[in-house]
Design a protein around this ligand. Structure first.
Ligand SMILES: [Zn+2]
Ligand SMILES: [Zn+2]
Length: 130
C-alpha cells in the first residue's frame, strides 16, 4: 500500500496517509483563502483510519495547524481526514484534483482543471464533509 509522508515547515509535526485518497479537491472559498493566505487550497481526503500524525497542533474551526510554525496541515473527524497536499514531502505530489469547489470565488486568471468536476459552492452531500 502506498504511503505518503509530509509535515509542517519547522518539522515539529509529521503526518502520513496510506493507500489511495477517496478524492482530491481544490477549494476557492473565502475561508480557505483566508486560512491559507493564498487563492485556494489543494487537499486530499483519506479514510480517517489511514491517516496518522504526531507533534503538537492547534485548531480553529476544525482546521489544524502547527503550534510553532503555523503551517496548515489537516482537518479530521472520525470518518475522514482532509490533508493539505502542500504539506507532503514530495513536490509535485503526482495527485490531480478530481473536483473544484466555490469556483465563483476562483481568481479570473485561473482556468478550470481538465476533468475536474466543477461546483459553484460546496459539494452536494454525498457522504463526507468536504
Ligand atoms: Zn511546524
Ligand atoms: Zn474552502
Amino acid at each position: 500500500m502506498r504511503v505518503l509522508e509530509g509535515g509542517c515547515l519547522c518539522g515539529q509535526v509529521r503526518l502520513s496517509v496510506r493507500g489511495e485518497p477517496k478524492r482530491i479537491g481544490i477549494c476557492h472559498c473565502t475561508d480557505c483563502r483566508q486560512e491559507s493566505g493564498s487563492a485556494f487550497t489543494f487537499y486530499g481526503i483519506w479514510p480517517a483510519g489511514q491517516f496518522e500524525h504526531r507533534g503538537e497542533t492547534a485548531g480553529f474551526s476544525g482546521r489544524r495547524f502547527c503550534v510553532k510554525c503555523g503551517a496548515r496541515l489537516f482537518s479530521a473527524d472520525n470518518e475522514e481526514a482532509e490533508i493539505k497536499l502542500g504539506s507532503l514531502d514530495a513536490a509535485p505530489t503526482g495527485l490531480t484534483p478530481t473536483y473544484e469547489l466555490w469556483i465563483k470565488r476562483r481568481e479570473h486568471w485561473l482556468r478550470p482543471i481538465d476533468g475536474a468536476e466543477q461546483f459553484e459552492e460546496d459539494r452536494p452531500q454525498r457522504g463526507g464533509r468536504w
